[in-house]
Design a protein around this ligand. Structure first.
Ligand SMILES: Nc1nc2c(ncn2[C@@H]2O[C@H](COP(=O)(O)OP(=O)(O)O)[C@@H](O)[C@H]2O)c(=O)[nH]1
Ligand SMILES: [Mg+2]
Length: 402
């Protein structure tokens, strides 16, 4: 049951149970037939009398690669599922130590299995959707994402079963469409969203980016052209993992006018690179100094395809924009804030989650959250083969193991 990717049972597997990165300890599991033979070749117990390894009895010793000691480790031998021997090696959590242990084990004949594969194959699962849930949980970056995924594990297949059993094909398709309507937001909650901040120099883009992220990442100064290249910072807004990209402003440095020392070609390249990077964003924030009239030059603000929020910053200094000037920018919405003072930022955060399709209360939300799920459901909801719907839902969308 649910052992895709873990076939060819003759080869022992190495899995990293702790997250990749530096930690106080790392736990590396070696499991599978012959794992005990392989392990004994590398492990040298401190106490000779303890050479026989017993399940659940912790042993202390050295892990060696040939003559070279790799690390002092604690080992917990277990018997997984009643048959396969398995060793949880608790080592020091430095990157190099982990790398050397994994290398020594793979050189000795074990196969390294990635975290995603482990989650998708070694947790009990009876369907593709359940495996996708485990896999997504290994990457979940916020508590809200974890809660959402844990709920989907049973709620999503249950809802799909209900739809499959709907006698009337038209209502089944309508119910699928309702699931699909929430799916872009669900996907962003699991994968994270990217927000790009653009606008003229000195509008307060970097101040706003830092406010959103909650730490001083981008350099802020009264001198136009302070941000020379795009800066990406990780944060979470309303429980949604987000990457905030602060970009250099377009303007005098790049379009005639006075050139700074870093102006001219270099600045033009930087602006082009920032545009490229922000083209893939899920949302654009266009920031202007709202206490000044809109800049005279015509800049196309709303980009085709990417939702855009107009932010009129420096509200503490007043507002010079007329309603007509706001509307001329043709953005999804407009909001006045003071990034420096922190005014109205909670409303801005709410607007952002609303535009990204994440303004639902989590309780009871059921949604498709992987590209595969969305693709299969979209096809089902669109194609005119309605008599097939229940079968495709069970076999392809839920992907029940047979
Ligand atoms: N009064 C006021 N000044 C601000 C506000 N936000 C930013 N500033 C100031 O505007 C200047 C330019 O800010 P910065 O974030 O570097 O702008 P950027 O060039 O768009 O990244 C700095 O002196 C900031 O302190 C605001 O909300 N109100
Ligand atoms: Mg800046």
């Amino acid at each position: 049951m649910g052992n895709a990717g873990m076939d060819s049972p003759a080869i022992p597997r190495v899995l990293l149970l702790t997250p990749p990165g530096i930690g106080a300890i790392a736990v590396i599991r070696l499991q599978g037939p012959r794992a005990d033979h392989l392990f004994k070749g590398l492990f040298h117990p401190r106490h000779r009398c303890a050479e026989e390894m017993e399940p659940d009895r912790i042993q202390y010793g050295e892990l060696r690669d040939g003559r070279q000691m790799i690390d002092d480790v604690l080992v917990v031998p277990t018997v997984a599922g009643g048959v396969t021997p398995s060793f949880d090696i608790c080592a020091h959590g430095g990157l190099r130590v982990v790398e050397r242990i994994v290398l020594a084990l793979t050189h000795a004949g074990a196969l390294f299995v990635s975290g995603a594969e482990v989650a998708g194959s070694s947790w009990p699962a009876s369907s593709t959707i359940e495996r996708e849930t485990w896999e997504a949980l290994t990457r979940a970056r916020t508590r809200r994402a974890v809660r959402f995924l844990l709920r989907q594990r049973s709620a999503l297949p249950a809802e799909l079963h209900r739809i499959a059993q709907t006698a009337d094909a038209a209502s089944a398709v309508a119910a699928l469409r309702a699931l699909l309507a929430l799916s872009p937001g669900c996907r962003l909650l699991v994968e994270g969203a990217t927000i790009a901040i653009s606008g003229p120099p000195n509008a307060g883009k970097s101040t706003l980016a830092n406010r959103l992220v909650g730490l001083q990442g981008s350099v802020v100064s009264p001198h136009p052209g302070t941000t020379l290249d795009w800066v990406a910072q990780e944060t979470a807004l309303a429980g949604v993992p987000m990457t905030v990209i602060d970009t250099p402003g377009y303007g005098p440095l790049t379009h005639g006018g006075k050139k700074g020392r870093s102006g001219g070609d270099l600045a033009r390249v930087a602006v082009a690179r920032a545009r490229e990077r922000s083209a893939a964003a899920d949302l654009h924030l266009w920031v202007f100094d709202g206490s000044q009239p809109p800049p005279a030059r015509k800049e196309r603000v709303a980009d085709a395809g990417v939702p855009t929020l107009l932010v009129l910053n420096k509200s503490d200094l007043g507002k010079m924009w007329t309603q007509a000037q706001v509307e001329a920018q043709r953005c999804e919405a407009c909001i006045g804030v003071s990034a420096a003072r922190g005014t109205n930022l909670d409303r801005l955060a709410r607007k952002i989650t609303q535009i990204l399709g994440l303004d639902w209360a989590d309780e009871g939300v059921i949604g498709l959250f992987t590209g595969r799920q969305i693709r299969v459901a979209t096809e089902l909801a669109g194609v005119d083969r309605k008599s097939d719907v229940p079968r495709v839902i069970l076999r392809e969308l839920i992907g029940e193991d047979t």
